[in-house]
Design a protein around this ligand. Structure first.
Ligand SMILES: [Zn+2]
Length: 475
């Protein structure tokens, strides 16, 4: 049956069948589109076996090959995990997984003495079971990704014990936030009257501001160790740079990211006059634990550790020294602070809040439509949580796709602007070499299919960034 015949047949169906069919059809359309893009990109990995001419000075052929194999493995992995999740999602919809889970939650509540009139309790049990299900089905994929793929390419630094403890902690912390926030939101929608969408939006706005405020101080430290950057030249230079652009810096932290993975990064956070900078230890040549191990272990000091350790040492020495010199770290920070100075952070918050307001407004328009619930197997009840799920996840999905594409385009613009800002600070040369080093440390592949990169890349391709830096390096 051709697509038109299918669409034609759908048009003849009752509204709820049409809605359900359209949701499934759209989901598979997006899936096939993404798979098509991924295949195009995969062809690039497969066929570009030699460093292209224009990259000769940027990447040696050994790193190029390593990165090529890494990206190929990653693309195979995401093909299978993508296929799995599309099929899983489809089966859940086709076999009525959502109404089944809703009834199951109702039964659990019934055992505890809460009848169907306790909709919020039933919603919380539903959320708990649904997140538990997705955590469990996601676990094998995440294990494979960490301990097979990342491990094979030298990025994984976690032990299985650390990984599992981390996963459980993450689950518990998520529940501690998700459950109270959801129950309050459902309550507000219930009692909010005609303008409930305004209160619901205000509530989510406040919650996200609170979360952003407490995340770095109370949540992130549950997972990673943050230590203040020791006094020294780097810290002084960071403070001088922050001052020169009026960035209200209060603290600089180093996070022990090397405990998880050797990918590197830097970011800042905080409101108004209380901003903090966080540097991954893997970004810093001087502080990287990975580098320290190499220095110690390749030194002449005798070690009395057992045999087992020497294997580990060999493995670590094989990982080449990584990270950036101080001037390069400063250039990377110059770029990050550029995001702040140019108002990118504020613009992103405003966009996401406008979007959230629009979504709540449309939700208010649609929530009364019974056929939406019938479409997903809720024939005689219209629970608010299920309405949120259906409307935000399924009905809005075309809109969400368009929005996320626009945000990706915008993000690339912001990246160029932040690079240009670092350039204005006189850091073009250092940023140039830092970008090359980071790309190498993270085994980024410098060649990409134009359509794939346009759809997915939140950062412009390396070559384009280097080109833009070079252009003004001369002026
Ligand atoms: Zn950036």
């Amino acid at each position: 049956m051709g697509l038109w015949a299918l669409l034609d047949a759908m048009w003849e169906m009752p509204a709820e069948k049409r809605i359900f069919g359209a949701v499934l059809l759209f989901s598979w359309t997006v899936y096939l589109w993404e798979t098509f893009l991924a295949q195009r990109q995969r062809r690039v990995y497969k066929t570009t076996t030699h460093v292209p001419l224009e990259l000769g000075q940027i990447m040696d052929s050994e790193t190029f090959e390593k990165s090529r194999l890494y990206q190929l493995d990653k693309s195979t992995f995401s093909f299978w995990s993508g296929l799995y999740s599309e099929v899983e999602g489809t089966l859940i919809l086709l076999f009525g997984g959502i109404p089944y889970l809703w009834r199951l939650s109702g039964r659990f509540c019934g055992y505890a003495g809460f009848g169907p009139e306790y909709e919020i309790s039933q919603s919380l049990v539903f959320l708990l079971l649904a997140t538990l299900f997705s955590a469990l089905t996601g676990l094998p994929w995440s294990l494979y990704n960490t301990f097979v793929i990342e491990e094979k390419h030298g990025f994984n630094q976690q032990t299985l014990g650390f990984f599992m403890k981390d996963a459980i902690k993450k689950f518990v912390v998520t529940q501690c936030i998700l459950l109270p926030v959801s129950s309050l939101l459902l309550y507000i929608i219930k009692i909010g009257g005609d303008y409930f969408f305004i209160y619901a939006w205000l509530f989510t706005l406040v919650v996200s501001l609170v979360l952003v405020t407490i995340y770095a101080d109370y949540i992130a430290p549950l997972f990673d160790k943050f230590t203040p950057l020791p006094e020294g030249k780097l810290k002084q230079e960071i403070e001088v740079m922050a001052k020169s652009i009026d960035f209200p810096l209060t603290k600089v932290y180093v996070v022990e990211g090397s405990k998880r993975s050797s990918h590197s990064n830097a970011y800042f956070y905080g409101f108004f006059k209380n901003k903090r900078i966080v540097l991954f230890d893997t970004l810093l040549e001087e502080y990287s634990v990975l580098n320290k191990d190499i220095q110690e272990e390749s030194g002449m000091e005798p070690r009395n550790d057992g045999e087992g350790d020497s294997e580990e040492i060999k493995a670590k020495v094989k990982n080449k020294k990584q990270g950036c010199k101080n001037e390069e770290v400063l250039a990377v920070l110059g770029h990050e602070l550029g995001h702040w100075k140019l108002g990118h952070t504020v613009k992103n918050i405003i966009i996401s809040q406008m979007n959230s307001f629009l979504c709540f407004f449309l939700f208010a328009v649609l929530i009364g439509r019974k056929e939406l619930f019938v479409a997903f197997g809720f024939n005689d009840s219209q629970p608010t949580l299920i309405g949120l799920l259906i409307i935000f996840q399924f009905i809005f999905s075309p809109y969400n796709e368009v929005l996320s594409f626009c945000l990706t385009v915008l993000s690339r613009r912001f990246e160029f602007q932040a690079d240009a800002f670092a350039k204005k600070l006189g850091k073009a040369k250092d940023l140039y070499s830092a970008l090359i080093k980071l790309n190498k440390d993270n085994l980024g592949f410098p060649v990409s299919d134009w359509l794939f990169s346009m759809w997915h890349y939140s950062h412009p391709p390396l070559l384009e960034r280097l080109q833009a830096l070079k252009n003004s390096k001369q002026d």
